[in-house]
Design a protein around this ligand. Structure first.
Ligand code: HEC
Ligand code: HEC
Length: 286
């Protein structure tokens, strides 16, 4: 660049030869400290590229790779999990409940499995929705002990599993013509009266007779429900299929039969136990 340049008379420095309207550009060298730092960074970069992986085809002579570190961390975590999972496999649900540390691990694992497998029906946190029972309250169709819950999860309700809970089917009173439309209206008013909802007293009184004849075998005297056959209590404010007049009438007319799938053959044993303990911990567990 600095070919035949002249010297600037005032500073004595060489000029670059560039000139604008009589103003000449001086060829001032870079400060030495700056220049050496610059060379040092270049040297550093070259050494780094040789030692460490830098470009796809430069793997580095030190053989360093972050993957090893990640793999080691993952291995350590998996080993830690495995000790817990092995203990869960070897213990019964009752035994796990007595071990605070194991229980905490099981509940955390159960929560993840619940979100993946159960939340589509039971909603997150087991809050439930129409047709899918709330698992976070104290109201159980089939019982809320850990053993009850475990059985329900393993084999399901009206599922295809041989050991499924398989209650006698509630008759389709309207569809099959077991009751007349008038009798259905009466018994619906009686069901409303059981939970102290507004109702027609005269109809409810007539409905009580129908109830005694057609419904008590399953729903029991006063509609308290029967966990042996998953017959819901009708005397509270908790409804699986809706508690207004129209919803109750629809249930009595054509009956419902909610299906809870069996998980025995879909999830491993440890996961089922963890799910049991998670559901049991949701608030309503006995
Ligand atoms: C396809 C929808 C569906 C899925 C998925 C499902 N359930 Fe259910 N579950 C139901 C229905 C419907 C019932 C109520 C059956 C009845 O009417 O008796 C039920 C009932 C239950 C009950 C008994 C509640 C009681 O009051 O006694 C438990 C416990 C339960 N489910 C846990 C689970 C768990 C844990 C999972 C995930 C592994 C799961 N469910 C996945 C539909 C489902
Ligand atoms: C053979 C047993 C059986 C008989 C008899 C029976 N039910 Fe049911 N009932 C059930 C079962 C089981 C369920 C739960 C169905 C399900 O979970 O899908 C149920 C559900 C209901 C529900 C829905 C409750 C809710 O929470 O949404 C109502 C209402 C009801 N029955 C009313 C009656 C009335 C009224 C009669 C008599 C006219 C009757 N049932 C006779 C077994 C029976």
């Amino acid at each position: 660049m600095a070919v035949d340049t002249e010297r600037d008379a005032f500073t004595g420095r060489q000029t670059t030869g560039h000139e604008w309207d009589g103003i000449k550009e001086l060829n001032t060298p870079l400060p030495t400290w700056w220049l050496y730092t610059f060379y040092a960074t270049i040297a550093f970069a070259i050494v780094w590229c040789v030692l460490y992986p830098s470009l796809p085809w430069l793997k580095g002579t030190l053989g360093y790779t972050e993957r090893k570190g990640v793999a080691a961390t993952l291995e350590k975590a998996a080993a830690g999990q495995k000790t817990y999972l092995d203990r869960i496999l070897k213990s019964s649900v009752e035994e796990i409940r007595k071990d605070q540390q194991l229980l905490a691990f099981a509940r955390a694992g159960g929560r993840i499995a619940f979100n993946n497998n159960c939340a589509p029906c039971h909603q997150s946190g087991g809050a439930g929705t129409l047709g899918y029972p709330n698992l976070a309250d104290d109201d159980w169709l089939w019982g809320g002990t850990a053993a009850d819950i475990e059985q329900t999860i393993r084999y399901g309700i009206r599922s295809e599993h041989d050991k499924s809970r398989n209650p006698p089917q509630m008759p389709r009173f309207g569809v099959e013509g077991v009751l007349t439309a008038g009798q259905i209206d009466d018994v619906v008013e009686y069901v409303l009266s059981l939970s102290k909802a507004p109702h027609d007293a005269a109809r409810a009184a007539r409905g009580a007779t129908v109830f005694a004849k057609e419904c008590v075998t399953c729903h029991k005297e006063g509609g308290v429900g029967n966990r042996e056959m998953g017959a819901p209590a009708l005397n509270d404010a908790i409804w699986l299929y809706g508690g207004d007049r129209a919803a109750i009438r629809a249930t009595v007319f054509s009956a419902r039969s909610g299906v809870m799938p069996a998980w025995q053959d879909r999830l491993d044993d440890a996961t089922i136990k963890m799910l049991t303990l998670y559901v049991h911990s949701l608030g309503g567990g006995k």
